[in-house]
Design a protein around this ligand. Structure first.
Ligand SMILES: [Zn+2]
Length: 86
């Protein structure tokens, strides 16, 4: 995992605030409070050979936004949000 840094986190939060036009309540518990850490996560490709093992190649950098109450998590592509370069 990489650290985005405070400025990048704020950039991502601004992007989400500007682009999130739907319901902001959590789909699981109905809470409307969310938090985001300074860590950029990753989503890896799967390899079908042998047997669905994690691929060690390229991955998608992800901004992780979680419900403050139940932990339900939304993932945003960090490149689209402008936090990382593709
Ligand atoms: Zn929730």
């Amino acid at each position: 995992m990489a650290t985005a840094g405070r400025a990048q986190v704020e950039k991502a939060l601004r992007w989400i605030e500007e682009n999130w036009v739907g319901q902001k309540e959590c789909a699981i518990c109905g809470n409307s409070g969310w938090f985001m850490g300074e860590v950029v996560g990753e989503m890896r490709q799967m390899s079908s050979r042998p047997k669905w093992l994690p691929n060690t190649g390229q991955s998608y950098p992800m901004i992780v936004l979680s419900c403050e109450n139940c932990g339900y998590t939304l993932l945003f592509n960090a490149i689209v949000l402008g936090v990382m370069e593709g």
